[in-house]
Design a protein around this ligand. Structure first.
Ligand SMILES: Nc1ncnc2c1ncn2[C@@H]1O[C@H](COP(=O)(O)OP(=O)(O)OP(=O)(O)O)[C@@H](O)[C@H]1O
Ligand SMILES: [Mg+2]
Length: 223
């Protein structure tokens, strides 16, 4: 898998609330080179999650443009958008959002089922779970896994479609510092091996220093 080049120009996102406009992003311009591993830091409310949602096509900017390998994503109402997102972009969130009734292996396979991929994905999902150190936990339900293990399953699930862009929003926010470092290191190792472009938000300065590049945001802008 090859990393996606992402370029955002002058991104703004405003919300209308009670007749008042709240400007959350105020002109963000950034470029992520293919295969780069970048950390996004900034205080709570700076707009990190909002920016990740825009880059992940989960939300649209009020103005500005985002290009993926030089091309815009399909329009919001376009049925191709879901296919674009599922083929190209992997997400990891602070809360793992694993489905409690399904095993670790089934949770990892979930994106492949949704996109209608075939049974051969099972071997790849097993391999990924081995990669994240859970080769012996394939049949465990989320409630039968530790917090760090649950987040590792979420890492494997984000990688199962071989995304060219991985967006992780505080993936270590709920973990103790030791486990957080393990999960972060795992993300960096795997994204490096697969050549993915990776953007990770964190409040943890120690982790931020381990990235190729660190971008700091404040009050809707890049500092
Ligand atoms: N749907 C919405 N409507 C109105 N305002 C919103 C909405 N979503 C987010 N905001 C506001 O946008 C700002 C940025 O939120 P965002 O979640 O992007 O911050 P963040 O940098 O991710 O913070 P944290 O580190 O706490 O996760 C906040 O002030 C928030 O209140
Ligand atoms: Mg956030």
């Amino acid at each position: 898998m090859a990393g996606l080049a992402v370029s955002a120009t002058n991104l703004a996102r405003a919300y209308l609330r009670g007749g008042r406009t709240i400007e959350v992003l105020k002109g963000i311009t950034l470029a992520l080179t293919p295969g780069s591993f970048t950390v996004l830091t900034g205080p709570s409310g700076a707009g990190k999650s909002t920016l990740l949602h825009l880059l992940g096509t989960l939300d649209r900017p009020t103005s500005g443009e985002i290009l993926y390998d030089g091309l815009p994503a399909p329009e919001k109402k376009d049925r191709d958008l879901a296919a674009f997102r599922s083929a190209k972009i992997g997400f990891i969130f602070q809360f793992h959002h694993l489905l409690p009734e399904f095993s670790a292996l089934e949770n990892v396979l979930m994106p492949t089922w949704i996109s209608g991929k075939k049974e051969e994905e099972r071997d790849w999902a097993r391999e990924l779970l081995r990669e994240v150190g859970l080769g012996e936990r394939l049949d465990h339900k989320p409630s039968e896994l530790s917090g760090g293990e649950q987040q590792r399953v979420a890492v494997a699930r984000a990688l199962v479609m071989k995304p060219a862009l991985l967006l992780a929003d505080e993936p270590t926010g709920n973990l103790d510092s030791h486990t957080g470092l393990e999960v972060f290191t795992l993300l960096k190792t795997l994204s490096g091996r697969f050549g993915m472009t990776c953007l990770v938000t964190t409040h943890n300065e120690t982790l931020a220093k381990k990235a190729d590049r660190s971008i700091a945001m404040d009050d809707g802008q890049i500092r």
